[in-house]
Design a protein around this ligand. Sequence first.
Ligand code: MLT
Length: 409
Amino acid sequence: MVYINDNYLKLKAGYLFPEIARRVKAFTEQNPQANIIRMGIGDVTEPLPQVCIQAMHQAVDEMAHRQTFKGYGPEQGYDFLRQAIAQNDFQSRGAPITPDEIFVSDGSKCDCANILDILGNQNVIAVTDPVYPVYVDTNVMAGHTGQADASGEYAGLVYMRATSENNFVPAIPEQKVDVIYLCSPNNPTGAVFSRQQLTAWVDYARNNKALILFDAAYEAFISDPTIPHSIYEIDGATECAVEFRSFSKTAGFTGTRCAFTVIPKSLQGHTRSGETVDLWRLWNRRHTTKFNGVSYIIQKGAEAVYSDAGRQQIRSLIDHYMTNARLIRESLEQSGLKVFGGINAPYCWVQTPNQTRSWDFFDHLLHKAHVVCTPGSGFGSAGEGYVRFSAFNSRENVQQAMKRVTSCL
Ligand code: MLT
């Protein structure tokens, strides 16, 4: 007899994006002529920057010759990439991160989930509401929660509400928590933590020996120069935070897969009996046991992002998406909707009209405008009454979608 991981049976419905895909498929089967515009999942649409393409082509050619052929690479990533990341993403911002604290991987989603491998089962876990569902679902799978209640909230998790009243920046919980998931710029609300707010979280974590899991996958979309791009720009964060970063949205790598996680060497956890253990050592052990590294070709493509030409090309990609975000904001605001985000993040978080429920508004837009958004309630109960529009699209699609959406409000 095979026993299963019973925790999976606690999960509510399907993962959000497959559920959206299911509804869209059902609709298109019935309406094959409908020209659907997808503004749901945050998946990039524009081609990879030319510098990345060139670097990848060159790397493919290296694979064709015995002298330059590469087999397994270092599991943690090639030095050329780890050095470029440490210098450009961290040291240049005054964040004291060294190349050996960077672990190159195939995605932040996977890393956010995998990090639970090295954390104990007795931690009190805090998540925001709304939240990127991966943080919650992976804790359910790992057995860190009880059952979900009628609103979909799991017993044992501490939910920190992010609402329009607090500008979608939740307050620090009153109770003591051990692991805190923060995402800035935020998916789904587009909110960002100011330096002062992030400093308060770092102070809390240090005072309570807690760990912050900081998801900065959207940092490249920050336009306000006062907003920190990395938690390590805050003093003391190397003692209390892991940071997740990705080339997916920054450089269009959702299909090619490359990301990295930063585990500072000064980060410590505790055994049940209270001894301290370096998290770096555990993560390195995990990573080298369960992962064989990102392909050389893709890492060469990622390295090219940091060249002068790479920076310029990335800038114009991001400008393209952020112009889309502005168009979405402006169109919906002109139609009288309340729109949040879309300034330092590629997501607009939109209050539905007349308190329509999120999935109802999703269905309305799908059926009447043939536009797909993401229902806010899929990110948590505080997301009810909102939908998210992704700015990752062609300009034509965004313009067309906004015409259709605003005419059916
Ligand atoms: C989203 O739409 O929230 C993102 O695409 C999710 C992800 O990056 O995994």
